[in-house]
Design a protein around this ligand. Structure first.
Ligand SMILES: [Zn+2]
Ligand SMILES: [Zn+2]
Length: 92
């Protein structure tokens, strides 16, 4: 058997058929690394994989720095422009 810990990869005599590591330390190191890999995977998903538009809930591009999608942003801009125009009309 060869130790499943990549940094060790030492040949050893397995006492049981499912023994994957030469020693407890290698087992611990390898298990910790697996946990960390899972953690970073989850973190990556959280950071970039999915952000929803605050207005319609559709997926936002990773490059979109605003909280709403391009379509909603356009609608919001059009609406606020109308509001401003309306206000100006009211005044004059
Ligand atoms: Zn080992
Ligand atoms: Zn939207």
């Amino acid at each position: 058997m060869i130790c499943n810990n990549k940094e060790c990869a030492k040949e050893f005599d397995a006492k049981t058929h499912n023994q994957k590591y030469c020693c407890d330390e290698c087992c611990r190191v390898a298990t910790n690394r697996r946990i960390m890999e899972k953690y970073y995977e989850k973190k990556a998903i959280k950071n970039g994989a999915f952000r929803g538009c605050k207005s319609c809930g559709s997926k936002l591009s990773r490059y979109n720095k605003s909280e709403v999608c391009a379509v909603c942003e356009k609608n919001i801009n059009a609406m606020s422009k109308k509001n401003i125009l309306g206000m100006i009309n009211e005044i004059s």
